[in-house]
Design a protein around this ligand. Structure first.
Ligand SMILES: Cc1ncc(C[n+]2csc(CCOP(=O)(O)OP(=O)(O)O)c2C)c(N)n1
Length: 561
């Protein structure tokens, strides 16, 4: 069968199970777009390539499938870089297809030529420049394999224009076998026996779960482990939903804006079982004071993240789901009858910290952001997919929306990229058309990819945007308040659009609440509307996120309300 490169590309994507591509056309991908007209692959036309990559990422985070984005060469490709770095930091499986100038022009400074393979080498899991049409199908198959296996991540495939235009005799790609890439899925059982022993001995253990648990779909296994051993669980921001937020054993998030009980227990615990985490500095604070009394067990599929940031007593390289399944089995064969009794003092202590130092705010005459998120949780019964922007809005979302389910918080964890939330929400809504998807946003972040309102409206996506509007770059202002004697250098947003009118200009619904008593009515009207809605909540301008651990300090030293 004779096929063009463009036809081979689309066929291979379909064979990989792709149904949706997020993209933006241009000269070097025009043949692919032409072929898309004859394909049943769904193409979502975004308004900026950063929107395409973030939407593909949001689609992947919410659905657990590989997200795909298609952009042209030069500026189309460079516009995706923030999104690629974002997916790389959070280990999200996306395949980015970039057009490239024809092979014979590469290196000539041709129109819209950039070395995107060179540029993205440090922020992709792997990348390719396709040299010939014959290589195309195999390369795409490999890209999907690499993106979704082991520790997932973004893979970029750069395809010169002649490669998609040429016609060849199509040969189906072979199964992928890469000599130098063999992720370890099965754990070393000897190590797991050591873990069982440590669990039996520990008096003050905690589990620390991260995004790796969600990526390997191991939330059920983690929950089983915690419940049968009666070990309290804290999560990183990326791990929220890995353990039910409303479970009595759940301590909430750890780190810079973590709960008092999670941070304090990390300072006192004698065992930390870390699963699918990478000990980011926002979690550990000062590393040499992190968990001073604990033996650390670290379970992760990526051996390079073990002992990268902190010393570990028992490393376990393996897939979180497979490893926890084995561990749970071993524990079933172990006498755990005394754990309930053994842990009582520890669990009572944690419960006491919860009671004496809860997250707290007081709702007065002006709307408090925490109140908006709490009401949102109440009205959605915790069942919405929440994306966030970056800053205070992101932390209030993590603190006040209790994530009971995996894959329900989509947030730019490692990179902290403002502008992620709206396109990510669009990606999630495409994956789950019937789910309620809400972007919790700051008034500054939302403006970074506001153009994607047009995408949401064009495809009738009922995405809801909750703007916590403080008129500031809130999180930076908070740092200035705490550490720069309130010198608010360039953090006051002196001019902003009227978000209600802006929503209307895009053909969406715009609503605003200015008083606490209006919050619930606006949420009800917005959430239950079948349309794309922006809800603008005018909040307390100088509200701060508490607790806060100053950067580089021990995480047990929190600034409290
Ligand atoms: C692309 C990008 N630029 C700059 C920053 C630095 N930054 C972190 S939080 C923040 C303020 C965000 O303001 P806003 O979206 O209004 O959210 P708020 O903190 O007020 O909730 C800034 C500028 C960033 N994280 N991302």
């Amino acid at each position: 069968m004779k096929l063009t490169g463009a036809q081979i590309l689309l066929k291979t994507l379909k064979d990989e199970g792709v149904d949706t591509i997020f993209g933006y056309p241009g000269g070097c991908v025009i043949d692919i777009y032409d072929e898309l007209l004859r394909s049943d692959l769904r193409h979502i036309f975004v308004r900026h390539e950063q929107g395409a990559i973030h939407a593909a990422d949001g689609y992947a985070r919410a659905s657990g499938r590989v997200g795909v984005c298609l952009v042209t060469s030069g500026p189309g490709a460079t516009n995706t870089i923030t999104g690629i770095a974002n997916a790389f930091m959070d280990s999200i499986p996306v395949v980015i297809i970039t057009g490239q100038v024809p092979s014979h022009l590469i290196g000539n400074d041709a129109f819209q030529e950039v070395d995107i393979v060179g540029i993205t080498r440090p922020c992709t899991k792997h990348n390719y420049l396709v040299n010939s049409t014959e290589e195309l199908a195999q390369t795409i198959k490999e890209a999907f394999f690499i993106a979704s296996s082991g520790r997932p991540g973004p893979v970029l495939v750069d395809i010169p224009k002649n490669v998609v235009q040429n016609t060849i005799e199509y040969k189906a790609p072979k199964t992928v076998k890469l000599r130098s890439y063999n992720p370890t899925y099965n754990p070393n059982m000897k190590q797991l026996h050591k873990v069982v022993e440590l669990i039996r001995e520990a008096k003050r253990p905690i589990i620390f779960a991260g995004g790796g648990v969600l990526l390997s779909k191991a939330a059920r296994e983690l929950t089983e482990l915690a419940r049968k051993t009666q070990i309290p669980v804290t999560t990183s921001l990326m791990g929220m939903g890995a353990f039910p937020g409303s479970d009595p054993l759940c301590m909430g998030m750890i780190g810079m804006h973590g709960t008092y009980r999670a941070n304090t227990s990390s300072g006192k615990c004698d065992l930390m079982i870390a699963v699918g985490v990478r000990f980011d500095d926002r979690v550990t604070g000062k590393t040499d004071t992190f968990t001073p009394h604990a033996k650390i067990v670290h379970i992760d599929i990526d051996p390079t993240s073990i002992r990268k940031n902190i010393p570990v007593a028992v490393p376990v390289v393996g897939d979180c789901k497979i490893t926890l399944t084995h561990l749970n089995k071993l524990l079933d064969e172990t006498d755990l009858s005394d754990v309930q009794k053994k842990r009582k003092i520890w669990l009572d202590q944690i419960e006491d910290w919860k009671k004496t130092q809860p997250f707290a705010y007081q709702q007065g005459a002006v709307i408090k952001p925490q109140y908006v998120v709490e009401k949102l949780y109440e009205l959605t019964r915790g069942d919405a997919i929440i994306s966030t922007e970056v800053g205070q809005n992101q932390m209030w979302a993590a603190q006040y929306y209790h994530f009971d389910n995996p894959q329900h918080l989509l947030t730019s964890g490692g990179l902290g990229a403002m502008g992620f939330g709206l396109p990510a929400a669009i990606g999630a809504q495409i994956a789950f058309p019937d789910k309620l998807v809400v972007d919790i946003a700051g008034d500054a972040s939302i403006q970074m990819n506001i153009q994607e309102m047009a995408t949401a409206v064009q495809y009738c996506l009922p995405v809801k945007i909750v703007i916590l509007n403080n008129g500031f770059l809130g999180m930076v202002r908070q740092w200035q308040e705490f550490f720069y004697e309130k010198r608010y250098a360039c953090t006051l947003v002196e001019h902003a659009p009227d978000f209600v009118k802006l929503a209307e200009a895009y053909g969406a619904v715009g609503l605003r609440a200015q008083k606490p008593e209006e919050v619930e009515a606006v949420l009800r009207e917005g959430l239950f509307s079948p349309k794309t809605v922006i809800m603008d909540f005018v909040i307390e301008r100088e509200e701060c996120v508490y607790p806060m651990v100053p950067a580089g300090a021990p995480i047990t030293e929190m600034l409290l309300v």
